[in-house]
Design a protein around this ligand. Structure first.
Ligand code: ADP
Ligand code: MG
Length: 503
């Protein structure tokens, strides 16, 4: 598809910069958008994509550089400014209100009133129906928004942006949670908007999607512009190479070339087996085994299904079919208590869910083992005495069992979560993004604990969206794509680019 470069872009960003407390999140980034263009924005985690979009959405008024819309300099000092300039952002976490009807959502903040000053439901419903129909979305607008599948909610949010006059629509990871037919539907809508002259900025890790729907692609790396090119001149491998930094002159970028040799497959018999496990819409027919002392990595982007799978194998999320076996026993689906009793434990990314923030560290650590400590659990002193050495063992700082868990830093909270499992015999440790949001030091310490548990004979399942974490800690790596295992790396040399290529 040829890109028509107009004399005057709809949007132009010149030398955009943004610092967070001395850290350069964006540096001298140039970016432009033509009317009716779909423009992809890609880059590894931390490349600066969200920061650039938040600047356009008016969230960071203190940025450097200049923004022009229709050739005129604009200052986007607030979300309201951005909206008045015709910029609408559809966040990954949709902002529509589930308990309100579709029509009410479409008119959120701009309700129509009758001449008597009452809210004019009838006209709003009629207009909402007509408007959505124009976009080929034929639904009952009186129904609650949360009764509809994600793709419809997303489309209603897009419609809301357009209905309020947006000419620039920012979609942040819109397809990550959609099934292939839903993605097609969203793409049809994007093409329709394009024809009406609306420009779309499309952020996604799914490079096939980006190359299919976008006219041009801009690649960011470490807050800097790598390049902007027509999609027709790029392949997935090109984009990955540029995201990771194999640009002209830096063929030997150490990060890009880092090779990890995975060990040959263990001869120890597996203890944990996942057989044809399926959770509709998230993962299908997943099979793998883990041996004691082995760490199996599950890699994929958000929405690839591996994170939900981690929850399901630990009994924390129901499945539709298939089984999970420990030794030769099947574990019941959706029963965390039995899984824990059998020694299958989950450390989820959302630590807030695993920790009782308003209880003491000691109570948090012993919570999973109430039966064992029942005789003594009323004695706080005893509880603290049991937990004290564990906190020292995991390097929790401060190692004071009587502190409230919620007052610890993220890294130390995670250590408490791990400490709690040290109390009981652990057979299978399932980790989902165990180091998210931690500094390098805390990451190392947490992963050292995991390595110790593995050495002690635990079978480890490590689900993550970070290639570096898996390359550093997994013995085998299964790459997930849209709910399925696209590739298994075992006993071979593997690079970050290999993982991205299969994801
Ligand atoms: P991306 O969306 O491409 O993953 P981001 O724009 O979120 O990247 O982040 C770019 C860089 O800026 C990262 O190093 C990130 O840690 C940092 N950053 C982003 N938002 C903030 C913030 N609110 N405070 C401090 N640092 C931030
Ligand atoms: Mg982001």
């Amino acid at each position: 598809m040829p890109v028509v470069v107009h004399e005057m872009p709809l949007l132009e960003c010149r030398e955009i910069g943004k610092q967070f407390g001395g850290v350069m999140a964006l540096e001298e980034v140039n970016f432009d958008l033509q009317p009716g263009e779909v423009h992809g924005l890609v880059g590894c985690n931390g490349a600066g994509k969200s920061t650039l979009m938040k600047i356009l959405a008016g969230a960071y008024p203190d940025h450097d550089g200049q923004i022009l819309i229709d050739g005129k300099t604009v200052r986007l000092l607030s979300p309201l400014d951005a909206r008045q300039c015709g910029v609408a952002m559809v966040y990954q976490e949709l902002s529509g209100i589930g308990a309100l009807s579709v029509a009410e959502n479409l008119f959120l903040g701009r309700q129509l009133t009758t001449t008597l000053g009452r809210i004019d439901w009838q006209t709003m419903q009629q207009q909402a129906r007509d408007y959505l129909r124009e976009m080929d979305i034929d639904i009952d607008v009186r129904r609650r928004l949360d009764r509809f599948p994600l793709v419809i909610r997303q489309m209603v949010e897009i419609a809301r942006g357009l209905h309020s006059g947006a000419r620039i629509l920012i979609l942040d990871e819109p397809t990550s949670a959609l099934s292939p037919p839903e993605t097609r539907r969203l793409f049809d809508l994007i093409r329709r908007m394009k024809r009406s002259g609306v420009a779309v900025i499309f952020i996604s890790h799914f490079l096939e999607d980006v190359l299919e729907i976008c006219d041009r692609v801009t690649i960011l790396k470490d807050g800097r512009l790598v390049e902007t090119s027509p999609s027709s001149e790029l392949t997935k491998a090109d984009v990955i190479g540029k995201m990771l930094g194999r640009t002209a002159g830096s063929e030997h970028d150490p990060e890009f070339d880092a090779v990890v040799a995975l060990p040959s497959r263990t001869s120890v018999a597996p203890v944990f087996r996942v057989n044809s496990l399926t959770r509709k819409g998230q993962f299908q027919d997943i099979n793998f085994e883990v041996s004691p002392g082995e760490c199996v990595g599950l890699y994929g982007f958000v929405g690839a299904g591996h994170q939900e799978l981690a929850h399901s194998v630990a009994g924390a999320l129901p499945t539709d079919s298939g089984s999970v076996q420990l030794d030769d026993r099947s574990l019941p689906s959706d029963d965390v208590a039995i899984a824990v009793r059998c020694g299958v434990v989950l450390v989820a990314a959302d630590r807030a869910k695993t920790l009782v923030r308003r209880s003491s560290i000691a109570r948090n650590a012993t919570l999973a083992h109430l039966r064992r400590t029942l005789g003594e659990w009323l004695s706080r002193k005893r509880e603290e005495a049991v937990v004290q050495p564990l906190l020292e063992q995991v390097g929790c700082r401060p190692a004071r069992p009587n502190l409230l868990a919620g007052n610890l830093s993220g890294g130390n909270q995670q250590k408490v979560v791990l400490a709690k499992w040290l109390l009981g015999p652990i057979r299978v440790l399932v980790l989902e993004e165990p180091t998210r949001g931690m500094d390098v030091g805390a990451k190392d310490e947490v992963m050292r604990l995991v390595a110790n548990l593995k050495k002690g004979g635990a079978a480890v399942v490590l689900a993550s969206t970070e290639p570096e974490l898996l390359l550093a800690h997994a013995d085998r790596i299964l790459v997930f794509q849209r709910g399925q295992i696209a590739h298994e790396f075992a006993g071979v040399e593997v690079r970050k680019a290999d993982l991205l290529r299969w994801a």
